[in-house]
Design a protein around this ligand. Structure first.
Ligand code: AMP
Length: 453
């Protein structure tokens, strides 16, 4: 048997109803904050992620699905060769192939995250000039990680980004606070209780240069006692040491200097202003000065929402500000802030939520045609009922009554409706509540109301 590849999975009903419930709540909430949807390709040139996420990050260093793709001219060249050999076989004179059609490949990567893709599209289509500053995207991401509960190789993210020219105020702490308040609203709306917002500022490149120096100095005497990743990071990019999850390294990491001691005056003011607005609108948060996030391009505000019920992989979402990213990708100055919600984990934390229960819709009624010629009559009735917004499942006239009852029960329908010759003539149908066993005869015109009731 061929199975889904390790780290990928099929999303099956009834759980897919929860996914739809999440996505429709996301669209409603985002709309109220004037976000608009963007859909970018699932693969991009590798260089985008190398530059936009950072060579030293775990994502780029170890987790990307990258391949060398033959370029168009290579394909053309192959076609020309095939055409030439066909011509020779058929005794025709082959067309001349220009010698400059040399083989070439380009490096492509399945997107491991989508901030870089959205910023690329923002630059490419000059979205800033069109006032399109608030964008969101829902779709799959791919990382070659060790699969475990809550961690997959194909997983889904809901991304939102506020980006724009500085004149549009996209560097303002008001944007950070608005985004965080939107997230709190979304999680509350989904009925996810007990989330935690962890907040930090990672400063600007100047602060980080000083912080990195201090970290290097602090790590130098202890790095040999740390894991191999940390030994490498201590030299190449010491900030990333804070991503380390190895338990034995944690006491050492606890003693390291913190970015909060290195923030310059504008960064400190920005961070204070974000906190002040969050307090004013009543969004609770905790400062976590170890939170530096996995991507190199973050500046100032960095945050994560966690949920206790998720266990080891407890981050539902993460995000932060990335004021220099557009320039790093060759675009105009366009400060921005965004987040990525892990939709798989959001759905997992939702499974206990009462508000999600309504998303799991089973049929209101199973319509059971009884006897030859009744399929058409049952189809007419089902069509009438569906026009009243009822969820209707439909049987087959070849089923015996016992089989219809078994199928109706398996489908989770609330009622079974019997459509036999006598019922059609009488314009009244036997409707049985499958849970209570109560059966009544209901005139055709009253059926929808009775089932809805
Ligand atoms: P990141 O871009 O790593 O900050 O990821 C943002 C969010 O995506 C995380 O908070 C997780 O909820 C989710 N996420 C990241 N990697 C995975 C994965 N391999 N499987 C499932 N969810 C993931």
């Amino acid at each position: 048997m061929i199975k889904a590849v390790r780290g990928t999975r099929d999303l099956l009903p009834p759980e897919t109803a929860l996914w739809n419930f999440v996505e429709s709540a996301v669209r409603d909430v985002f709309r109220a904050y004037n976000f608009q949807e963007i859909r970018t390709p699932i693969f991009e040139s590798t260089e985008l992620f190398a530059r936009g996420v950072g060579e030293e990050t775990d994502i780029v260093a170890k987790e990307m699905y990258t391949w060398e793709d033959p370029q168009q001219r290579y394909v053309q060249m192959r076609e020309s060769y095939i055409e030439a050999s066909n011509a020779l076989n058929e005794g025709r004179t082959p067309k001349l192939v220009p010698l400059n059609l040399l083989a070439g490949t380009q490096s492509l990567t399945l997107r491991p995250e989508n901030t870089a893709g959205i910023v690329r599209a923002y630059i490419e289509h000059k979205l800033g000039d069109r006032g399109l500053n608030k964008l969101y995207c829902i779709g799959p991401m791919f990382r070659r990680e060790r699969p475990q509960k809550g961690r997959y190789r194909q997983f889904y993210q809901i991304d939102a980004e506020v980006i724009g020219p500085p004149s549009a105020g996209s560097d303002s702490p008001a944007r950070d606070a608005e985004l965080l308040e939107m997230l709190a609203t979304l999680l509350d709306r989904l009925g996810i209780a007990n989330w935690n917002l962890e907040l930090n500022s990672v400063g600007c490149p100047n602060d980080r240069a000083a912080f990195n120096d201090a970290l290097r100095k602090a790590l130098d005497p202890v790095k040999d006692k740390m894991c191999s990743d940390c030994r490498r990071r201590a030299v190449t990019n010491p900030l990333r040491v804070f991503d380390c999850k190895v338990p034995a390294d944690q006491p050492i990491i606890e003693t390291l200097p913190r970015i909060s001691q290195f923030l310059d005056e504008p960064c400190r003011k920005h961070f204070d202003a974000v906190q002040q607005i969050l307090r004013a609108v009543g969004v609770e948060f905790q400062i976590n000065d170890r939170l530096v996030r996995g991507l190199d391009y973050y500046t100032r505000t960095a945050f994560e929402f966690t949920h206790g019920a998720l266990g080891a992989q407890n981050a539902i979402l993460g995000g932060g500000r990335y004021d220099g990213l557009s320039e790093a990708l060759g675009g105009p100055p366009a400060p921005g802030i965004g987040f990525a919600i892990g939709e798989d984990r959001l759905v997992m934390s939702l499974q206990e939520s009462a508000s999600a229960a309504g998303a799991l819709r089973t049929p209101h009624v199973y319509v059971a045609p009884l006897g030859t010629g009744m399929n058409a009559e049952a189809a007419i009735l089902a069509r009438e009922l569906r026009r009243h917004d009822l969820v209707v499942d439909l049987g087959d006239e070849n089923f015996r009554l016992k089989k219809s009852f078994e199928t109706a029960t398996k489908s989770g329908a609330k009622y079974i409706l019997i459509v036999g010759e006598n019922e059609v003539k009488a314009e009244a149908f036997a409707l049985k509540n499958l849970a209570t066993g109560e059966q009544v005869s209901v005139p055709r015109a009253e059926l929808a109301r009775k089932i809805q009731g």
